[in-house]
Design a protein around this ligand. Structure first.
Ligand code: UD1
Ligand code: CA
Length: 457
């Protein structure tokens, strides 16, 4: 059998989303719907994928990325018309082709493979599902003996047809040589005045071609997303799938319903996730970590044994056994070494922090290179911005910066130096020295007593 190919329909606007953004670009668990569909096809082993784009086509192409072919449908005249845009690509194609909608993000590779098998030797096979509330879907019309006769769209259905709870999932497999000639015979004589792909099934049946079907075991998998209520539902289903898979692989999640993990996130064994956490984007969490409560991590890589609570971490790489929070904010560009402590009310941006260093409280460090075993006191601020440009602060190994110090960048504190509490440092501090820059204290003996005596007179 020739290689299985696929056509994904993604040209429509998705009016029911009431969005300025094309429907297939809306995200489910951090990934655009169209990305889910293309990924599932790839994981099902489909190599040749053609995506039909139209509405916001350039953005859709960008979201899908390389490795697939695109064809344009300039005017959205219906799903049948959309498939016919790929006709030239499939001229002379001998095998079968899967046809999917870009708005069914929950379909699994396993189901797509099964559908591929179900289509063997047939002109077409439809993936169907029994839905508890089949609102908005085309219904599968069968003969008394179960033979498929066709699909009728909800808007064109009679009351008896509407009562059918077996629906068209919008996913099919066709023999190419039967599909494309039939598309040429479609007529837009229906409630929407469109060229319906669904009518191809009836046409093939009328020609005496063999049409089969495969019923999806889990109807939720076959959900088409047309509006934001369905989007939220699909999100819930997929989030649950992700958490379940992680839990079965050895991650503890307390109160799973309050933990939101994106599709491509990895979490290591024996990591514990407390309630109210978000793990997003390309985040990787190592083994034996404790995350939460109240943590949001976006595009970060965490080593093993990291503990984070009540914190937001973005675009940072965190070494083993680091402690973060509560109430810390790591902005993009940080590389944090092993056994570092970043404590409460600390903001760190674009910094390298060496192993064993501590930034425990009430501090802002930005654009800094901090060595190993450095101690940064409470209330230290790297003054990295002069109103026009950002400047770098360098703090070498074994430095001790006392509390409430301003480090006016660019500035370097050399190895082993101390900076006295309350200093505003504008010049480099040499190795193993003390930098002190504060007004001298003057004690006026008896001042308060005399003031009181004056007042009592
Ligand atoms: C379609 C099916 C319906 C099925 C349902 C499953 C038809 C006529 N109806 O209805 O039987 O139950 O899917 O979810 O096929 N598209 C284009 N170009 C167009 C029109 C649509 O590329 O001209 C794309 C859309 O972007 C979308 C997909 O095709 O990704 C499906 O279109 P949509 O309008 O959502 O079809 P449904 O009304 O859901
Ligand atoms: Ca749809």
């Amino acid at each position: 059998m020739a290689q299985l190919a696929a056509i994904v329909l993604a040209a429509g606007q998705g009016t029911r989303m009431r969005s300025r953004r094309a429907k297939v670009l809306h995200k489910v668990c951090g990934k655009p719907m169209i990305g889910h569909v293309v990924d599932s096809l790839r994981r099902a082993g489909v190599r040749e994928i053609v995506v039909v784009v139209g509405h916001q086509g350039e953005k859709v192409k960008e979201a899908v990325g390389p490795g697939v072919e695109f064809v344009w449908q300039r005017e959205q005249l219906g799903t049948g018309h959309a498939v016919s845009m790929a006709k030239d690509i499939f001229a002379g194609h001998e095998g079968h082709v899967l046809v999917l909608a870009g708005d069914t993000p929950l379909l699994t590779p396993g189901t797509l493979k099964e559908l591929g098998d179900a289509g063997r030797g047939l002109a077409a096979a439809i993936l169907t599902a029994r839905m508890p509330k089949p609102r908005g879907y085309g219904r599968i019309i069968r003969e008394a003996d179960g033979t498929v006769l066709g699909i009728v769209e909800e808007r064109d259905a009679s009351p008896a047809q509407l009562a059918v709870d077996e629906v068209n999932t919008g996913t099919y497999i066709f023999r190419s040589q039967d599909l494309f000639p039939a598309l040429g015979r479609l007529r837009p004589d229906n409630a929407q005045g469109e060229y319906y792909l669904t009518d191809v099934i009836g046409l093939l049946v009328q020609e005496g071609k063999r049409v089969g079907s495969l019923q999806c075991k889990d109807w939720q998998e076959a959900m088409g997303i047309n509006d934001r209520v369905q989007l939220a539902f699909a999100e819930g289903v997929l989030r649950e799938r992700i958490r379940r898979e992680l839990m079965l692989r050895g991650v503890t999640i307390y109160h799973p319903e309050s933990v939101f993990i994106d599709l491509d996130v990895e979490v290591g064994q024996d990591t514990i996730i407390y309630p109210f956490c978000f793990l997003e984007g390309r985040t990787v969490v190592g083994e034996d970590c404790v995350i939460g409560p109240g943590v949001r991590i976006i595009d970060c890589e965490l080593g093993r044994g990291v503990e984070v609570q009540n914190a937001t971490l973005v675009g940072s790489k965190i070494g083993d056994d680091v402690r973060i929070g509560p109430y810390a904010y790591l902005r993009p560009g940080n590389i944090i070494g092993e056994q570092v402590k970043i404590g409460d009310f600390v903001e760190v941006k674009n910094c390298r922090v060496g192993a064993g260093s501590k930034v425990p409280h009430l501090t802002y460090v930005g654009d800094a290179i901090i060595g190993e075993r450095v101690n940064i006191g409470a209330g230290v601020i790297t003054c990295n911005y002069d109103g026009r440009q950002k400047h770098q602060t360098i703090i070498e190994d074994d430095v001790f910066v006392g509390s409430n110090v301003n480090l006016i960048a660019p500035v370097t504190i050399r190895q082993g130096a101390y900076v006295a509490a309350g200093s505003t440092i504008t010049k480099d501090v040499p190795p193993e020295s003390l930098g002190i820059a504060r007004a001298r204290q003057d004690n006026r003996e008896g001042w308060a007593r005399k003031r009181k005596e004056r007042a009592d007179k």
